[in-house]
Design a protein around this ligand. Structure first.
Ligand code: GLA
Ligand code: ZN
Length: 658
């Protein structure tokens, strides 16, 4: 594609008896600069009204009319929504909950991913779609299913889980060792004794819980692969994707990305709901994290697959986007590496649960609305900046956000069981990096470290087999690494290392953690760093110093005088350790010092300007700086001695030589 996609989920199947509406849609799409629609996401019932009886002529007409009007199509496989006859005939396609109750027909994306009949029916459907539309000139991408999530606990899934365990552990004794089976008499004799966790059963075997999540993620990805293979059988050259949406949806996105040709994100930030009415910085950081994550999966541009042009209908408060926010939020996706701005949805449906969800065209059916105008403006903007399409993001800094690690942290019991803030601790470091105006990739612990000058690893509790070796050799060969408290405690099966944390890195960091204390509520400890006092909160590692330079010490409580922030040169790199959860002010200052000490390039060379986010993309010897003001108030930003005034919610794109 030589231009940005500006598109939307389009559900003409809800309007098939209304040709005048379909004709009107095309006119409005052209007016709004819509050059792509995603079709057929929930069309199973329209394609296959009865078992084995297929009707595609309605879609033929839509595909043709899109092509005739210069609108590209991303065609979905309809596996996320099932027709009622399927469940009536084959009740086993529905999921069984963790309490072992099978779901009845209803809702969507709740199939058992082991179900053979489901797989068979979906494969058949996908093959028919690929045969019929694989060469259609409107087609530019395949969209498998929709927002995968969740798990099933049926008997078939249990069987598959046991096979997965056998493949992983080979012998039952090996599993007993990794699961520490003698605890509470959990020594298994046979694979058939293993069952997935349940509120009416096993809740204490953290390694089992972790494995069930891994197994189900693998199974879901396998189903995506089955769909992809069915498509590729008849249509080899068109890229295949699925839309990611939630880091805690049960799918390991780093693994999912491996079977996709491109990655996509669905984005629904909570604009205008923060504590500060003048600032949308908080949701902007949150969204930025997800975009950077999605881009980092393949280290190339991704697609914003869904966003709302106005409001959602499922938030606590379904607020409208304030004037200016639609353009700004759309540009934020592009700034972060998206080659598209796409919406859920083109036209508001008349019935069922999403009838009041934002859409480009509302129930009035007219184009004389504020929302339509906003969408037109984004369409025009994407056309104006089309030379940026395909531009790359190059980051010298990465932060580790690792799916297995976070799943394990959620399962383990210690520290603060009713306030597990581990994910936020990672977000806090990410925010501090953003405020330092460096470009950041978000990676897993298995990703290649070699292209980064700085890697930040907050709460890396779980180490996979190679992790400590990879960290060591990264630092030894010149990398700079920041590790936080509560890192390196367990192996990939949540089995504690026979060592002080961080496991086998004591020489590298020059410290080890003998104990970890927890601070309650607002309680804090204090440290002085660079002449300023900062609050240490949540938890504190009680470090033994084994040769590191101490940059700050705890100043209170019985561990007063123990190291809180340390630094050690190892090989040609540097290892930093931060022994507590520090606040925004410290994270910003400390990372700023690390960035400066090691000469890491910032995309903008200045201190953080309140509410201003900056991202960079590069292409053909040029770099494009996206400077975004998430405040309602004016901001001034200097770029190479030139002042740029940004009005409230403005995004300014500055082109510079590389
Ligand atoms: C998700 C789904 C869409 C729609 C929107 C509503 O992103 O993929 O089908 O339900 O949410 O926000
Ligand atoms: Zn199942």
């Amino acid at each position: 594609m030589e231009c940005f996609l500006h598109g939307c989920d389009y559900n003409p199947d809800q309007w098939l008896g209304r040709p005048e509406i379909l004709a009107q849609d095309i006119e409005y799409m052209k007016e709004a600069g819509i050059n792509e629609v995603t079709l057929g996401i929930f069309s199973w019932a329209c394609y296959e009204r009865e078992d084995g009886v297929y009707t595609f002529d309605w879609m033929d007409k839509i595909m043709d009319s899109m092509y005739e009007n210069g609108i590209h199509v991303i065609l979905a496989t309809p596996s996320a929504g099932k027709p009622p006859w399927l469940v009536k005939k084959y009740p086993e396609v529905m999921r069984v909950r963790e309490d072992r109750v099978r779901l009845q027909y209803g809702d969507r994306e709740n199939q058992c991913n082991s179900s053979e009949i489901f797989r068979e029916k979906v494969t058949k459907m996908d093959e028919l779609l690929a045969q019929r539309y694989g060469n259609h000139p409107a087609l530019i991408m395949w969209h498998v299913s929709n927002e995968l999530y969740g798990v099933c606990h049926c008997k078939k899934c249990q069987q598959n889980f046991r096979l997965w365990l056998q493949h992983k552990y080979k012998t039952i004794d090996n599993l007993n060792i990794q699961y520490n089976g003698a605890f509470w008499s959990h020594i298994y004799n046979d694979w058939s004794e293993l069952e997935s966790p349940s509120t009416i059963g096993e809740q204490s075997l953290h390694a089992l819980a972790l494995d069930y999540q891994r197994f189900y993620s693998d199974l879901s990805i396998d189903l995506v692969n089955v769909e992809k293979e069915a498509i590729k059988k008849y249509c080899k050259d068109i890229p295949v994707t699925t839309n990611m949406h939630n880091l805690n949806c049960g799918i390991n996105y780093s693994e999912l990305a491996k079977v996709l040709d491109v990655t996509c994100w669905d984005s629904y930030p909570k604009w205008h709901c923060g504590r500060n009415e003048e600032s949308d910085w908080e949701p902007a950081v949150d969204e930025s994290f997800h975009y950077d994550f999605c881009r980092s999966l393949k280290k190339k541009p991704f697609y914003l697959m869904e966003s709302t042009p106005s409001n959602t209908n499922w938030s606590d408060a379904c607020k409208l986007k304030r004037p200016g926010m639609h353009m700004l939020s759309s540009m934020q996706a592009v700034a972060s590496g998206s080659d598209s701005v796409q919406y859920f949805q083109w036209r508001k449906s008349r019935g069922a649960s999403e009838k009041f969800h934002g859409a480009v065209i509302g129930h009035s059916g007219t184009n004389d609305t504020r929302v339509f105008q906003d969408v037109c403006e984004v369409g025009a903007k994407l056309e104006e900046i089309k030379k940026i399409q395909g531009a790359m993001t190059y980051s010298k800094v990465a932060i580790i956000y690792d799916w297995d690690n976070l799943r394990a942290l959620e399962e383990q019991r210690s520290l603060k069981n009713n306030g597990k803030d581990f994910e936020y601790i990672i977000f806090e470091y990410y925010e501090a990096l953003l405020k330092n105006y460096v470009s950041v990739d978000i990676i897993s612990q298995c990703d290649d470290f070699s292209s980064y000058e700085l890697i930040v690893a907050p709460v890396l509790y779980l180490f996979k087999p190679d992790t400590k070796k990879r960290i060591t050799s990264y630092i030894e060969t010149g990398g700079n690494f920041v590790m936080s408290a509560y890192s390196g405690l367990v192996n990939e099966n949540d089995l504690a290392y026979e060592s002080f944390p961080p496991y086998d890195l004591h020489q590298v960091f020059g410290v080890c953690a003998e104990e970890t204390d927890v601070l309650c509520g607002d309680e804090d400890n204090k440290i002085t760093y660079g002449g300023r006092s900062y609050r240490a909160t949540y938890f504190c590692d009680l470090l033994r110093n084994q040769g590191a330079t101490v940059l700050a010490e705890f100043e209170q409580d019985f561990y007063r005088g123990k190291p809180a922030v340390t630094k050690q040169t190892y090989g040609s790199g540097t290892a930093y350790y931060v022994a507590s959860r520090m606040q925004e002010d410290f994270n910003y200052q400390f990372l700023s010092d690390v960035i400066d000490t090691h000469g890491i390039r910032r995309v903008l060379n200045c201190n953080y300007i309140e509410d201003v986010m900056v991202k960079e993309r590069k292409k053909d010897g040029k770099k494009y700086l996206f400077i975004m003001n998430f405040s309602t108030k004016q901001r001034s930003v200097m770029v190479n001695d030139k002042e740029h005034i940004l009005h409230g919610y403005e995004c300014s794109i500055v082109t510079l030589p590389e």
